[in-house]
Ligand binder design. Structure first.
Ligand SMILES: Cc1cc2nc3c(=O)[nH]c(=O)nc-3n(C[C@H](O)[C@H](O)[C@H](O)COP(=O)(O)OP(=O)(O)OC[C@H]3O[C@@H](n4cnc5c(N)ncnc54)[C@H](O)[C@@H]3O)c2cc1C
Length: 320
């Protein structure tokens, strides 16, 4: 059996969890086994009503007032109890900040290996898992020989577009047993990617600005294009390092991981540290004046030219 654990992001299913459900459905199909989905927390009604759409064998709710707020102690205790009782073959989650925090504890508690930040799965003879190492310069393949494993997926390893509807066959409540002795730590307020309310991970259209715009004075020109398109602005790291845009706009290995419908890059070279943050985009359109820029290796549409010339004309056309 496969168990997917949903993460609650301010009353909604975290986008990474949606991808984990898509992964779970694929695992269940490929390995011919059952799929259970777990909602964890106290106020899980909104989460549960969204999860009721997903095709699965069981939707499990594990509720308790002491896990109203996330705490690594509380979550790892409850998930460990669920795993001990149900013995899933694989436990699947998105590789979020929360998962990085508490899943290693579950792994240590139950002595079950944790393969984190997986980018792809090979079901031929496996499943075997691929993950990036050395700051995403190499990929390594991992084979798990144990009876069970905890797995977390990098954003865009699976796509929520592949989610199958149909709802669970059954809904059950897990009897959570928690006491104040179990929760020794208290979490700080939930970490948010941005303090400004800009959620790049939820944006469908992104205009991404690189050092190729040449000067901060050209930012308004790029912003006008984003406004005309109704897109959010993102950037590469140098743009943030130079103080042209705030850090929450940064995409990449030390920034946000996004998978919009359209990622439109303006003067971004496509260095690997940037690409790991946006390679899951459904369509990639890039303007760069260097025809050998690495961004063109992954772009669906490549425009070789000067952003400073092209962008004002394009904005004018869109506004018409
Ligand atoms: C540990 C570590 C972590 C990192 N994390 C990140 C990260 O999270 N995100 C990230 O983005 N980077 C990250 N980096 C930096 C990364 O390696 C690159 O240096 C960075 O992504 C390059 O940004 P850029 O493409 O905007 O700039 P550049 O590499 O300077 O590229 C500018 C591009 O613009 C083009 N250009 C110039 N003028 C024009 C013009 N007028 N019209 C059109 N094209 C033009 C050039 O041909 C060039 O391809 C990290 C690096 C390290 C070492």
């Amino acid at each position: 059996m496969i168990l997917v654990v949903l993460e609650n992001q301010r009353g909604k299913i975290h986008p990474f969890s949606m991808e984990a459900v898509a992964a779970g459905q694929k695992f269940a199909e490929q390995l011919d086994c059952k799929l259970f989905i777990l909602c964890l927390g106290e106020k899980v009604d909104d989460l549960k009503s969204q999860a009721q759409n997903f095709k699965a064998n069981k939707l499990i709710t594990a509720q308790h007032t002491m896990i109203d707020m996330y705490s690594a102690d509380g979550y790892s205790k409850v998930l460990s109890d669920v795993i001990s009782e149900l013995s899933p073959k694989y436990v699947l989650m998105g590789h979020s900040y929360m998962v990085r925090d508490f899943l290693p504890r579950v792994s240590a508690k139950l002595n079950i290996p944790f393969v984190s930040d997986i980018i792809s799965v090979d079901f031929n003879g496996g499943p075997n898992f691929s993950k990036q190492v050395f700051n995403a310069k190499l990929a390594t393949n991992i084979e798990v020989n144990s009876e069970q494993a905890l797995l977390s997926f990098q954003s865009a390893a699976f796509s929520s577009d592949d989610l199958k509807d149909g709802g669970p066959d059954e809904e059950v409540q897990f009897n959570v047993e928690l006491s104040s002795n179990d929760i020794k730590s208290q979490s700080e307020p939930e970490f948010q990617e941005s303090s400004s309310g800009v959620d790049l991970t939820a944006a469908e259209l992104i205009v991404s600005i690189g050092r190729g715009i040449e000067s901060e004075d050209n930012l308004p020109t790029m912003q006008s294009l984003a406004d005309a398109m109704g897109a959010e602005v993102a950037s590469s790291r140098p743009v943030v390092d130079m103080g042209w845009l705030p850090p929450y706009r940064q995409v990449g290995s030390s920034g946000q991981v996004i998978s919009p419908k359209l990622y439109f890059s303006l003067g971004v070279s496509g260095a690997i540290q940037h690409v790991v943050g946006m390679k899951g985009s459904k369509n990639i359109l890039a303007i760069n004046k260097d025809e050998d820029a690495p961004i063109f290796e992954i772009a669906d549409y490549a425009v070789i030219g000067d952003v400073l010339e092209i962008v004002p004309k394009l904005t004018e056309e869109i506004n018409k």
